[in-house]
Ligand binder design. Structure first.
Ligand code: UD1
Length: 358
């Protein structure tokens, strides 16, 4: 059986990693197609290195641009690439533009489509990711849902494909990464002590495109100047700070370690040893929960509602007052559902895929 994965952005590579290992272990072929949505070393190659993934079989080299440009170019280039190989099923992951483009392409080429991380909803249709998820789920033949809530949502939307409750691939990824992260020297390099700093990430278009939101974030980090803040900054966010004339203000904050985006292992090392994390990333909210690190989500909603249980994840929007209160708040009580994201068995997910297409 030949299984193709269409990936292109940082979170796609992370989710594909355990699937790749499970496909190889099942003695099937895996064709990796990288759209090239992300191309900088710290957003792309480093993930292949961290997860010991082979070089992509096909590189589409699409790069940056508007959503229409990215999706359109991927469709054009995939059409040519897929014509040359016989594929039994195309897998797409999560909610990026590469996910949606891979889904449309599989559908138009008459190929079976599987969506890993199906059924997530933030119910915020202003997020490009929300529309990517909905469209992909309605095109998919096989929907691999990470949580029971995702299964409920898919049933409610009456998707046409077959739904599998698989648990979330992050459970396995985080468990492995936590062990490997012991060898990371990132804390040492930054001169940080365990449990004494905040981790901060922000890259969502809705946040980076607003000068007011960037100013709110600056106000928040300045107000907690008794704490060190580690901020691995996405290129999009850095560009936005620069364009609004705020980069100097950020980089001269004495308590802020402003560093380039980091790979997965260093990110898990930084997260696992932080007091709290402030983020607008979907993946980090869940990784924080799995590592029992309190999370402050600078959005008004989340697709990972399970993380809200027991106050492990608090939604603050990009509002400095609410962010500061959440940073200063006590640790949540221990109420915690260890199995909220399943048991971490990706080989089970792969056997679902294989049995569904044979
Ligand atoms: C994309 C995903 C988002 C995911 C994020 C992870 C979509 C709609 N969004 O957002 O869901 O959480 O990846 O990082 O697919 N850029 C670089 N170097 C790169 C790639 C991008 O500098 O290697 C800059 C470019 O200025 C580009 C901008 O970042 O225009 C945005 O990149 P893009 O891929 O459109 O979206 P992300 O913000 O990365």
């Amino acid at each position: 059986m030949k299984i193709a994965s269409v990936v292109g952005a940082r979170p796609n590579f992370v989710k594909m990693a355990p699937i790749h290992d499970a496909i190889l272990a099942s003695k099937n072929d895996h064709v990796i197609i990288n759209t090239g949505q992300h191309y900088d070393y710290e957003l792309s190659d480093i993930f292949f290195k961290d997860f010991q993934l082979p070089k992509a079989d096909i590189d589409l080299g699409v790069g940056s641009g508007s959503s229409c440009f990215q999706i359109g170019e991927i469709l054009k280039r995939l059409d040519i690439a897929l014509a040359d190989i016989k594929i039994d099923i195309v897998l797409v992951y999560g909610d990026t533009n590469s996910t949606l483009a891979g889904a449309i392409s599989a559908n138009k080429c008459g190929l079976k489509l599987g969506h890993v991380e199906a059924g997530l909803r933030s119910f915020d249709v202003t997020m490009p990711e929300e529309n990517n998820r909905i469209l992909t789920d309605h095109l998919a033949n096989f929907l691999f849902a990470p949580t029971k809530n995702a299964v409920r949502i898919l049933n409610g939307e009456k998707v046409r494909g077959q739904i599998f409750y698989t648990g979330d691939v992050s459970v396995e990824i985080v468990a492995k990464a936590k062990l490997i992260a012991r060898n990371s020297n990132i804390l040492h390099r930054l001169g940080l002590k365990r449990g004494t700093y905040l981790l901060l990430t922000m890259h969502r278009a809705a946040n980076t495109d607003s000068k007011e939101d960037l100013l709110e974030l600056l106000r928040a980090v300045r107000a907690v100047d008794d704490m060190e803040v580690v901020f691995p900054i996405h290129p999009r966010t850095k560009k936005a700070f620069r364009e609004y004339g705020l980069l100097d203000q950020l980089s001269t904050c004495k308590n802020v370690h402003l560093i380039s985006s980091v790979g997965y292992i260093d990110l898990i090392a930084l997260l696992y040893n932080a007091t709290k994390v402030v983020t607008d990333s979907g993946g980090i909210q869940k990784e924080a929960y799995l590592l029992k690190i309190p999370c402050i989500t600078i959005r008004d909603n989340t697709e990972w509602v399970e993380t809200l249980t027991g106050g492990w994840n608090r939604l603050t929007g990009v509002d400095s007052r609410r962010i500061i209160n959440a940073i200063r708040a006590n640790k949540p009580p221990v109420k915690y559902k260890a199995t909220a994201f399943g048991k971490g068995d990706t080989s089970h997910l792969i056997s679902n895929i294989l049995s569904s297409i044979t």
